[in-house]
Design a protein around this ligand. Sequence first.
Ligand SMILES: [Zn+2]
Length: 122
Amino acid sequence: MPQLVYSNKINKIRSFALILVFVGIGFMYIGLLTKKIEWLMAIFFVLGVLFVIFSTVVYFWIGLFSVRAVSIICPSCEKPTKMLGRVDACMHCDQPLTLDKNLEGKEFDEKYNKRKYRREQE
Ligand SMILES: [Zn+2]
């Protein structure tokens, strides 16, 4: 049976930042392999450093988001989790969560977070 799995937004951004770090390290590693060609090595190193810097920025950005995120106890696994926006998923068990009473019991949909949808409701 196909199952739609929603993952927590903060977790999603965090894994994105982690991937960036690995990409950065990957570029630097390729740089080491091409050390015979100095300019090529320099390009790979600069790219690597840029990716690592970018991931740091993303981590910082998550930090800002976490402050704005609402901390709740997941009703399903009873662990503390943070959610962003009106609908989000639990960090631990991916249980869809909502802060909006009107959306309770409705099928989880990312569109509830979109501004367009909110405007249509008003
Ligand atoms: Zn949970």
